[in-house]
Design a protein around this ligand. Structure first.
Ligand code: NAP
Length: 243
């Protein structure tokens, strides 16, 4: 069989970079997209993959990214994240706009642009990294949880819209993963970000990447619809066991 191509968004850090490594190890040619091209290029060199700059919030950037990809068997919609932790009565519209643009419209843009290539491959697969925040709510989280709920709804609709076509649809639903996620959420406040992970063993980016690679390497008649992965010390979006 010829080499299958996997496109990973947000591959410059965290879960996306670990997923690129796991999929390359599983035999995929990996195409990496994110805004920080220097990081992508060094990872692509390590994995014999391809790096292209990508800003999922910019339609032109998405079009030029997709134009450079001749074929696509697997798309991992991973680019995203959170900004702020304000209650609704103190919501920051710029934070909301960032979260909706990146998580929701970013996933829409990449998926819409690559669907023809995924279906044409004869064995396509869209995996979207949502979050437990896509299925629950918590105080201060409405901007993020609403974006992740919308991203999850968009993703799950694909299963029905493309039912009968040669394409699989898998939602990856992680709980707490220790990455730059909190540092970015709190806009560089390292002390505040560190507190998020104190007293418990969070998932690593590699833990999530392993599960993504597992789903992407099942035989083509096997569709893992939804996979929820949390640290043992996390019950839900707001309850943690800390020591
Ligand atoms: P991270 O380390 O902050 O990585 C985020 C990635 O998204 C980076 O590679 C970043 O690359 C990329 N990105 C951000 N804005 C982008 C844009 N406009 N265009 C293209 N790429 C963009 O966080 P992470 O934890 O790995 O997060 C990955 C995904 O997992 C996100 O969707 C997040 O919501 C989800 N998730 C995370 C957790 C967690 O606890 N960490 C839990 C559940 C779900 P550039 O900055 O180079 O563009």
């Amino acid at each position: 069989m010829s080499t299958r191509t996997a496109v990973i968004t947000g591959a410059s850090a965290g879960i996306g970079a670990a997923t690129a490594r796991a999929l390359a190890k599983a035999g995929f040619h990996v195409v990496l997209g994110a805004r920080r091209l220097d990081r992508l290029q060094s990872l692509a060199a390590e994995l014999s993959g391809t790096a292209h700059q990508l800003d999922v919030t910019d339609a032109e950037s998405v079009a030029s990214f997709v134009d450079q990809i001749p074929e696509c068997h697997v798309l991992v919609n991973n680019a995203g994240g959170a900004r702020g932790l304000e209650r609704v009565d103190a919501a920051d519209e710029e934070h909301w706009r960032w979260m909706w643009e990146t998580n929701v419209l970013g996933t829409l843009r990449l998926t819409k642009a690559l669907l023809p290539k995924l279906v044409a491959s004869g064995d396509g697969h869209v995996l979207t990294v949502t979050s437990v925040a896509g299925h629950e709510v918590y105080d201060g989280g409405a901007g993020y949880t609403s974006a992740k709920h919308a991203q999850s709804a968009l993703h799950r609709t694909l299963r029905s819209e493309h039912f009968g076509e040669p394409i699989r649809i898998t939602e990856i639903v992680p709980g707490m993963v220790e990455t730059d996620f909190s540092l970015n959420r709190f806009e560089g406040d390292a002390e505040r970000a560190e507190k998020v992970y104190q007293g418990l063993q969070a998932l690593t980016a590699e833990d999530v990447a392993d599960v993504i690679a597992f789903a992407a390497t099942r035989p083509s008649h096997v569709n893992l619809d939804q996979i929820v992965i949390k640290p043992r010390a996390q019950l839900n979006g707001s309850r943690f066991h800390r020591t």
